[in-house]
Design a protein. Structure first.
Length: 291
């Protein structure tokens, strides 16, 4: 509408100026145009819409696994939490009376059956503290120094076994406290078990751990052990942690100890009160026990 009015005004001016002089006509037209333009209301600049590309971020749901530690209280049937282990008890193991056949589960054919007629895998020695030698189809051990234990071993390693040996003190020189018997699960000179009997009818079980002797069963009376000068067959059954002792095929006692699981077998003499104590060993037999 505003453009139409402006054009009409300009047309009128042109018509009016047709008869005027060029100068007047130009002046007149300029004045009219200026007046017409001034009469028009000032128009604000028009805003032209511009399309601008916009990137829109659309949230995307991503599955997330969250691990949250949860403490669940035990039900009535749940086992109680394990208690903190107490320091190991260094006292002697409990002795139980659980008679059993020493040959239970044993292979009837022994892996060692030594009569010392043709000795196999045994050691002889001679020192200032004692000696060990094959004599007249047997093995003779002599203990001279009361501070030392004299022993000898068979070179075969065993684990679960029943071990027996016949023993005798031939000259009847023995005092209470002297003892002798068998060694088993021998690892080295500082680690092994030893079970034996004394001339006053007692039995004893001990072990040596890192060179230190520990008494497991101190000298204990038993009617199964024969007195001085008679043959006594000592026996020990070692299966797992269970150690059972026998004398003349009669059950004595059982203890549990897991210090050593395997090792060599042998014989020992300890003359605590009788220097020169002599013990003769024969018929050493070892049976493997199947678990």
């Amino acid at each position: 509408m505003k453009k139409t009015l402006l054009l009409a005004a300009l047309a009128g001016l042109l018509v009016a100026a047709c008869g005027a002089s060029p100068v007047d006509t130009q002046a007149t037209v300029a004045a009219q145009v200026a007046a017409t333009v001034a009469a028009q209301p000032t128009q604000p600049p028009q805003q032209v819409p511009v399309e601008v590309p916009v990137t829109v971020q659309v949230p995307v749901e991503v599955p997330v696994t969250v691990i949250v530690p949860v403490t669940v209280a035990p039900t009535e049937t749940s086992a109680a939490p394990a208690a903190t282990a107490a320091p190991a008890d260094t006292s002697a193991p409990a002795v139980t009376n659980n008679p059993q056949d020493p040959m239970a589960g044993a292979n009837p054919t022994p892996i060692i059956a030594e009569d010392f007629v043709l000795p196999d895998f045994w050691y002889e020695f001679d020192s200032s503290s004692g000696s060990g030698a094959f004599v007249d189809g047997a093995y003779t051990l002599v203990s001279i120094d009361p501070e030392n234990v004299e022993w000898t071993f068979n070179g075969r390693k065993t684990a679960n076994i029943y071990l027996t040996a016949k023993t005798v003190v031939p000259d009847t020189k023995c005092k209470a406290g002297d003892h002798w018997g068998v060694i088993f699960r021998y690892r080295d000179n500082a680690n092994f078990y030893m079970f034996g009997v004394s001339c006053d009818g007692k039995y004893r079980l001990a072990k040596r751990v890192d060179g230190v002797f520990e008494v497991m069963v101190d000298l204990t009376d038993s009617n199964a052990i024969l007195k001085l000068g008679q043959n006594n067959t000592v026996g020990v059954r070692a299966v797992g942690d269970q150690i059972s002792m026998y004398a003349n095929d009669q059950y004595l006692a059982t203890v549990n100890d897991g210090s050593f699981a395997e090792g060599l077998v042998g014989m020992y003499v300890w003359s605590r009160l009788t220097p020169g104590l002599t013990v003769v060993f024969d018929d050493v037999t070892v049976y493997l026990i199947n678990q």
